[in-house]
Design a protein around this ligand. Structure first.
Ligand code: FAD
Length: 406
């Protein structure tokens, strides 16, 4: 059995940001990060890849390069949690012991819940910006489609970046409009949910684009099966099953907690880590914390949320190491820059209870309206902030986010 003071499960946005934040606060901490992947992805960039704005390569870096200096990288997957023994089991059967555990393995794309889709992803006009290898295919399809029907789907919540299914659609429509072919393409948004977007304040601006692009909204339509060669998609609706033909299908898969987490004593009913939504401390095991998409908090699952959560977890982990109670709190902040056209964004920023939490004064950026400055933020500033601020634990850049002064 290895032993480390702090063990972090997952070297994604949340795990790396939390480890960096810890090391900024206390140099020389003994931290191990359990992470099987060789590459680290800036997933918010995949929307831009699918829209032909970014090259795919700019969204990934070697995992090695984002690992904070001084941490021990255990290059394999975690397989199980034994919180009673303060141990984690790894895929090779070995165990790692900890004083404090940070759980951040992200959310799992449950492709298997859509019958037939896995066999046809990347072919027959079926694509998804939710995978690095498929986002370029979205852009390829958008460029070649001149007429026919394009379907964009959204599964039931929770998903990471709830706006991303629409972002893919608006950027595609914008391209077709500029090319003069939009009139020959029937666009449908097939959403398992009952509203265009969960926070009502942003809906009017989005509805303007739905109207401008002539999009048909099919609410309460949940994609359950795809036949790639036949180019048909089947949806469950209140009136029974509906099958639609398509020429292009952009799929967003249902998303669930990683299985090994859902099966463990750390899971809430939902399968995600059972933490207090403010302190991010586990409700049963005080030396365990949850951060990022794998957390059971009711915030919008986004990298922006992880950016605000990381320093909160770092402060409370250090408190725990000193045998003190948590001192920092997370307010539920999450952000979703909705790319309504190339060059303009509706910048949704909100916290728990749907409370709007704009980062900028309204005269500079009105989040409820499509704005050019927000596009510059998404296309230029946010990727830079991610790699150089958030992942490095530079919180004067990334914003302390909900820290309660002691
Ligand atoms: P991830 O970044 O997914 O990292 C999880 C890590 O855990 C991975 O490295 C994985 O390899 C590792 N892991 C998995 N299983 C195990 C295991 N068993 N053991 C050890 N490690 C494991 N967010 C925004 O803020 N703005 C946006 O505009 C935005 N757009 C998005 C668009 C798309 C298409 C997608 C897919 C996401 C978007 N997001 C956006 C969401 C954002 O990417 C996630 O919320 C963020 O990456 C969450 O960080 P995380 O660390 O929790 O999970």
């Amino acid at each position: 059995t290895h032993r480390h003071t702090i063990v972090v499960i997952g070297g994604g946005a949340a795990g790396i940001a939390t480890a960096s934040s810890l090391l900024k606060r206390r140099k020389g901490l003994d931290i191990a990060i359990v992470e099987p992947s060789d590459t680290h992805a800036y997933q918010p960039g995949w929307t831009m890849v699918g829209g032909g704005v970014f090259e795919p390569e700019v969204t990934v870096r070697p995992m090695e390069s984002v690992m904070p200096k001084g941490v021990t990288w255990l290059r394999q997957a975690a397989a199980g949690f034994r919180p009673e023994d303060n141990q984690v089991t790894l895929a090779d059967g070995s165990t790692v012991a900890y004083d404090v555990l940070v759980v951040a393995p992200g959310i799992r794309l449950a492709w298997e819940q859509i019958e037939g889709v896995e066999q046809t992803l990347g072919r027959n006009g079926v694509t998804s910006n939710y995978r690095y290898d498929l986002a370029p295919y979205t852009w390829e399809l958008v460029q070649t489609l001149r007429s026919g029907r394009a379907l964009f789907t959204q599964p039931p919540m929770p998903i990471k970046c709830a706006g991303a299914p629409q972002k893919a659609m608006y950027l595609s429509c914008d391209h077709w409009l500029r090319r003069g072919v939009l009139g020959d393409i029937e666009v449908e948004f097939c959403n398992a949910g009952g509203a265009l977007f969960g926070i009502a304040d942003y809906v009017p601006a989005l509805m303007d684009y739905v109207g401008k692009y002539g999009i048909a909204l099919q609410l309460g339509n949940n994609l359950v099966a795809v036949d790639g060669p036949a180019r048909t998609a089947t949806f469950k609706t209140e009136e029974g099953e509906v099958t639609r033909d398509f020429d292009m299908l952009h799929v967003v898969p249902p998303q669930v907690a990683p299985q090994f987490l859902a099966d463990s004593p750390l899971a809430a009913e939902s399968g995600f880590t059972d933490v207090d939504q403010h302190t991010l401390q586990h409700v049963r095991y005080p030396n365990v914390f949850g951060v990022g998409d794998a957390g059971g908090m009711p915030n919008a699952k986004t990298a922006a949320a992880a950016r605000k959560q990381a320093p909160v977890v770092a402060v409370n982990v250090l408190q725990q190491l000193s045998r003190k109670g948590p001192r920092a709190g997370y307010d539920g902040y999450g952000s979703c820059p909705l790319t309504v056209e190339r060059g303009k964004i509706v910048l949704a920023e909100f916290g728990y209870g749907g409370k709007l939490m704009p980062s900028f004064p309204e005269w500079l950026v009105d989040g409820t309206k499509p704005q050019r400055l927000s596009w510059m933020l998404k296309a230029d500033f946010l990727p830079w902030l991610y790699w150089n601020g958030m992942l490095k634990g530079r919180e004067w850049l990334a914003g302390p986010g909900g820290l309660i002064a002691s």
